[in-house]
Design a protein around this ligand. Structure first.
Ligand code: KIV
Ligand code: ZN
Length: 512
């Protein structure tokens, strides 16, 4: 009989701390609904005291989710906890997640507090949060580098104060699996009231060990795992949900644990997060990378043909990656489109389908086969970005060996049309210069990359840009069969994200 592991997803909070990965409320809500479908037990929706944008997203998500617990992060101050509760109060299943650092290095240099003061703060915070809800989680930030006995004392005190979950983070991704497993055992054996709470772990991936550490911790007795889709998160990211879940799913003979995750939604969720955040998944990424189920070597291919079990430990269908891809074309109808979008995890309303269907017809006129990746782009650009400040109405570029590259661009800015033209060093440079002038922005292009999202010469080009303006960083992504247009779309997407950041400034919390 396998034991249940609770999956706490923090894609929308720690995941959003990935550089450039800021999301607006509509985008977060879309991901939250998908995470509920995926079956996560707890969804950390944000850090309401950090910014008004976070507050708004947490409240919107709290109102919408019915089955999944919605958590909000708060430091130990009353004002943070008040703000978290204010955002959470409409939730069917709210959870306040409060934290303070417990390692000597953080207490001395960051908090400037003694061990006793930190325990007192932690206990007061948990008691205060309990005045709002029974469902309180406490995290000992930098737990893996904290003094073990002190950590156990902190956990004992916060459990006594009413914490229902105590979380042990490897905040800086420093732990080694066997060491982290031993720490979990130590905590279980030396925290007298630990059975009154669920022990959770939260591992960062600085040494590439986040998932391994999480699995070791579960084997040692932890019962909640804090993870993100595609492993995104602060610096090198967090333990990845798909790696943890599929490890438990694939090795039930060795790891006697299971989760409530509906694995067939893993791939669509991974794609959705990647499309929305603009953070592409590396091709060799376990489970969801483009190469994860490809077999290149002749010997492997031969083995696969004889029996897939020779080289395939998981079936692509298990994560929702269907082998038999339905290819749509210009004769495909609305029903086929709806069915395929549903397969990909997009359950669109009739109005949304109408928008996508007309965009699909436009694309199918330019491109013979419209595949899953193309549909994802249509949904992302056609629906998820409707609240954008800047939208591209048209782009015309001239370039070649004998003309000066020039772009004319028409944009809609908050619904008002503006047009302009400029020369540049090439078609992309001229398009970007014109767009920057029209939008009155002054961002620096830090990175620019182009790839083809599918094979074939009529494949859509996908462009990713990284922009910086006055210290704010944003990623932008765009796709189109024409790579100049894809570049302009990516640039405009990046500018929209910067605009969102300008209007929703993040108060950098001094204790983070
Ligand atoms: O990494 C960390 O310690 C955190 C805590 C706030 C849980 O993200
Ligand atoms: Zn973290």
């Amino acid at each position: 009989m396998s034991e249940r592991i609770y999956i706490f997803d923090t894609t929308l909070r720690d995941g959003e701390q990935s550089p450039g990965a800021s999301m607006n409320t509509a985008e977060k809500l879309r991901i939250a609904l998908q995470l509920e479908k995926l079956g996560v037990d707890v969804l950390e929706a944000g850090f309401p005291a950090a910014s008004d944008g976070d507050f708004e997203s947490v409240s919107k998500i709290a109102e919408k989710l019915k089955n999944t617990e919605v958590a909000a992060l708060a430091r130990t101050s009353r004002s943070d906890i008040d703000r978290a509760w204010e955002a959470l109060k409409g939730a069917a299943k709210p959870r306040i997640h409060t934290f303070i650092a417990t390692s000597d290095i953080h207490m001395k240099y960051k908090l400037n507090m003694s061990r006793d003061e930190v325990i007192r703060k932690a206990v007061e915070a948990v008691r205060y949060a309990r005045s709002y809800t029974d469902n309180v989680e406490f995290s000992a930030e930098d737990g893996s580098r904290s003094d073990r006995d002190y950590l156990c004392k902190v956990f004992e005190a916060v459990i006594e104060a009413g914490a229902k979950t105590v979380n042990l983070p490897d905040t800086v991704g420093y732990a080694i699996p066997s060491e982290f497993g031993n720490l979990v055992k130590y905590v279980i054996n030396h925290t007298p009231n630990i059975s009154k709470a669920i022990l959770s772990v939260h591992c960062h991936n600085d040494l590439g060990l986040a998932t391994a550490n999480t699995i070791e911790a579960i084997s040692a007795g932890a019962r909640q795992a804090e993870v993100t889709i595609n492993g995104i998160g602060e610096r090198a990211g967090n333990a990845s949900l798909e790696e943890l879940v599929m490890t438990l799913h694939t090795r039930p003979n060795y790891l006697l644990f299971s989760s409530n995750i509906k694995t067939e939604f893993i791939y669509p969720t991974s794609r959705l997060v990647s499309m929305i955040t603009g953070i592409t998944v590396q091709p060799n990424k376990a489970i969801v990378g483009a190469n994860a189920f490809l077999h290149e070597a002749g010997i492997h291919q031969d083995g696969m043909l004889k029996n897939p079990m020779t080289y395939e430990i998981m079936k692509p269908e298990t994560i929702g990656l269907s082998k038999s891809r339905l290819v749509l074309g210009k004769h495909s109808g609305r029903h086929a489109l709806r069915t395929q979008l549903k397969e990909l995890g997009y359950d669109l309303s009739d109005d949304e389908l109408k928008i996508i269907f007309s965009k699909f017809k436009e694309l199918a006129d330019k491109k013979k086969n419209v595949v899953d990746e193309d549909l994802e782009v249509l949904v992302t650009e056609g629906i998820l970005r409707t609240t954008d400040t800047f939208r591209l109405e048209y782009l015309h570029v001239t370039s070649g060996t004998t003309v000066l590259p020039m772009a004319s661009v028409k944009l809609s800015i908050n619904g008002r049309s503006v047009k302009g033209a400029d020369y540049g060093n090439g078609p992309i440079d001229s398009a970007f210069k014109t767009i920057a002038a029209l939008t009155g922005t002054n961002s620096e292009l830090l990175r620019f990359s182009v790839s083809a999202i599918t094979g074939g010469t009529d494949a859509q080009g996908e462009v990713t840009v990284r922009l910086e303006e006055n210290g704010l960083i944003a990623l932008g992504r765009g796709a189109d069969p024409d790579i100049i247009t894809a570049s302009a779309k990516a640039y405009i997407n990046g500018l929209n994200r910067l605009e969102y950041l300008k209007n929703h400034p993040t108060r950098t919390p001094e204790a983070l």
